[in-house]
Design a protein around this ligand. Sequence first.
Ligand code: NDP
Ligand code: 2IT
Length: 448
Amino acid sequence: MSMKNPYLQSVLDGLKTRNAHEPEFLQAVEEVLESLEPVVDSDPRYERQNIIGRIVEPERVVIFRVPWVDDAGKVQVNRGYRVQFNSAIGPYKGGLRLHPTVNLSVIKFLGFEQIFKNALTTLPMGGGKGGADFDPKGKSDGEVMRFCQSFMSELYRHIGPDTDVPAGDIGVGAREIGFLFGQYKKIRNEWAGVLTGKGLSYGGSLARTEATGFGLCYFADAQLRDNGQSFQGKRVVISGSGNVAIYANQKCTQLGGKVIAMSDSNGYIVDENGIDYQVIQQIKEVRRERIKAYLDQVPTARYVEGCAGIWSVPCDIALPCATQNELDETAAKALISNGCIGVFEGANMPCTPEAVAAIKGAGLMFAPAKASNAGGVATSGLEMSQNSGRISWSFEEVDAKLKGIMEGIYQACADAAQQYGKKGDIQAGANIAGFLKVADAMLWQGVC
Ligand code: NDP
Ligand code: 2IT
């Protein structure tokens, strides 16, 4: 892809040269820079102060050794990361991912996206992301604990409630956050709101567990209504069966949709009667089993091996909630020809650029992850506020704030798109609105 604006093109060219082996990172940056052309064209300050050149470079990257002892007594080593990408509007904020596919490119793409997502929440949070190439699958609780303790034994020196506040992401949920928090507290001898997604007994926020999935549906609902539609009576396909997918199922079912397919990395289940999120929750969150086990409890469902095929299941609404680049052009074309009306991203960058082009080109609604999945980090921001104020809000209070934030984000994206000549393009609007806030803060703060 080439851009008309020579400044943007030169930043992108330089970035490609210096980060040639980071395809996910380059994919995420390219998508944002493309949207920013009308913004950079209209205000010379962004080029004069080299805001784009600065915003694509992380403020700090930490890579560290994570040694731990497995149940057989063998010493294992993983590679840990924390990318502190941008602190212009608040402390670095973003999740930790534990998955064998984690590498610097993946963490940088996630950290870069997080900058704009966090800005869209309206809360004061900068962008960061971290993780390790550790695979929690098949590990005992003891092994996961020892890994988390080792990980935090290095990470603690780089984070703090006003410096950097990690949270969960793929492979990091309540269990891992608990182990990480315990180790931080032991090393620092202080209770601090240094992680979000904590358990309710030690400073966690009600509704944080549900927040990303609920937020996705609040956003989708706002976009559907703006287009004269709703979840009512719609057939919904949700990929993944983790934290985001489970609570997306709960909320869209409440809003009148019927979830007919869900997946994990092995395969997918289909049930035209609607998939019960509580059964999935038991299988995946409590028992940590494969989604195939759904059939043992619900005999009307069927199971298909291989996760990519889920997009061939005819549906009205698609919610990709598993991982990056899980929905490609072939999948997008299948959705389009089956009459799907909208794709709303729950995972980070789940649609390939070719898929997005096909979806938008065919006139479907499209919600970009950095806007539509911002409910998780927004509620993390609310958890930070509660920790600082030594208070705790009710589920209803947090949920109401989350809903208001998601509706506000939709409106901000729609408005920014319209203002810059891209009416209806929520993807461009999200990039523009997120960028304008961070860039303004960077302009005020000088060259730093
Ligand atoms: P979980 O670990 O809870 O669940 C991940 C789900 O996605 C599992 O069903 C997993 O299947 C599936 N999955 C993971 N990797 C792959 C892969 N390579 N191919 C196919 N399926 C895969 O993670 P979350 O639900 O928290 O995260 C899902 C997505 O949402 C990620 O993109 C994450 O970055 C994003 N996100 C998460 C937020 C949060 O607050 N948790 C907030 C905003 C975005 P299996 O069980 O087989 O591994
Ligand atoms: O991608 C994300 O926004 C998250 N994984 C949540 C981050 C957070 O700090 O709550």
